[in-house]
Design a protein around this ligand. Structure first.
Ligand SMILES: *Cc1c(COP(=O)(O)O)cnc(C)c1O
Length: 360
């Protein structure tokens, strides 16, 4: 493809020397699990998010399971989650013993709203997972006003910001993924949980380490789910550049708008008061197949990430029997991710926009 969907390589080229030094620091220390790099990254990432605690874990999926358990979610409980999201947002719920209950989204922002969540509430609702999809920020304050604890799934939203602060610091707890293609990625799998609540932070720390504080007494049935020292060292290097990359992602979104892309397809709308660091730039059109083939002809990469939304996935059928989610089904049919990365040039943005214009 002449234009890639995203670029995980280009932004790191100027950081090679720094990254090599970070990796050597870990080699020199001879310490690979839960050492100084993880402790320092946790401190730096909490400060970046603007919250009291960050705890590194093995990936963004286990981050959700562990955060929910630390919030007291267990067997018999229900957890509300959107269906228009990456599968893992919902997959992380059953391992707690709780049941996912799917809710709809706002088709313009692709995020859940207080109204779509309210429609899924029941007396058994123990928590709500608000996914900051594509980097857009779900309206957390309005959702929290429903009176149920909220977990932010911020896997796609590192670098985004709103008037109320950064994702990870907006609700009771937040979770991140550092999968290499995310806005803040490492060189493998990694994740984190953020919270201002000291009790949740302490339970999360125990749960990621077999439910123990000291490797002598095991108080909970936990997990082996840790962020590696090597990944933490890589993340510390990259965190220093996250805001710069986020600004470039915003520049690309502005250029798509200025180029007139919104005249031919529906552009994603930022939620009120938010400034998303678009992880994916997802447009929509009723005749999306025509857009897909035109982009393919022009060698422009594109991807329909959630054509089959989570509540239609076979493994979720038993949780989704009664789910009616019209906006989700519409978004699933019509959405398409087009190229987005900090390194996308104005010329490439024009090429994508011209191809869309010709097709539609
Ligand atoms: C990537 C992602 C996850 C899972 O993160 P992993 O690190 O891949 O386990 C969860 N939720 C959303 C919205 C994601 O995009």
């Amino acid at each position: 493809m002449a234009i890639a969907l995203f670029d995980t390589h280009g932004p790191l080229e100027p950081l090679r020397v720094e990254l090599r030094a970070a990796i050597e620091r870990v080699l020199d220390s001879g310490h690979y699990i839960l050492g100084e790099e993880v402790r320092t990254f946790e401190r730096e990432f909490a400060a970046y998010c603007g919250c009291a605690h960050a705890v590194g874990v093995a990936n963004g999926t286990e981050a959700i399971t562990i955060a929910l358990r630390a919030m007291g979610v267990g067997p018999g409980d229900e957890v509300i989650v959107p269906s228009f999201t990456f599968y893992a947002s919902a997959e992380a719920i059953p391992p707690t013993g709780a049941t996912p209950v799917f809710c709809d989204i706002d088709p313009d922002t692709y995020c859940v709203t207080a109204e779509t969540v309210r429609a899924a509430l029941s007396p058994r609702t123990k928590a709500i997972i608000a996914v900051h999809l594509f980097g857009n920020l779900a309206p957390i304050a309005e959702i929290q006003a429903l009176g149920v604890p909220v977990l932010e799934d911020a896997a796609q939203a590192a670098g985004s910001i709103s008037a109320a602060g950064r994702p990870g610091a907006l609700a009771l707890a937040g979770t991140f993924s550092f999968f290499p293609s995310k806005n803040l990625g490492c060189f493998g799998d990694g994740g984190a949980i953020t919270t201002n609540d000291p009790d949740i932070a302490e339970r999360v720390r125990m749960l990621r380490f077999h439910g123990s504080r000291d490797k002598l007494d095991y108080e909970l049935v936990g997990y082996n789910s840790r962020l590696d020292e090597l990944q933490a060292a890589v993340l510390r290097t990259q965190l220093a550049h996250l805001d710069l990359w986020a600004d470039e992602r915003r520049r690309v979104a502005r250029r798509y708008e200025q180029a007139g892309l919104g005249e031919v397809v529906r552009l994603p709308r930022a939620t009120q008061g938010s400034s998303p660091a678009w992880h994916l730039y997802v447009v929509a059109h009723p005749q999306v197949k025509r857009l897909e083939s035109a982009l393919a002809d022009a060698e422009i990469a594109h991807k329909a990430y959630y054509r089959k939304p989570v509540h239609h996935q076979p493994a979720m059928a038993r949780f989704a029997a009664s789910a009616e989610l019209p906006a989700t089904d519409q978004a699933a049919r019509t959405h398409l991710a087009i190229p987005m990365s900090p390194t996308l040039t104005s010329e490439q943005i024009s090429q994508v926009t011209d191809a869309a214009r010709r097709a539609l």
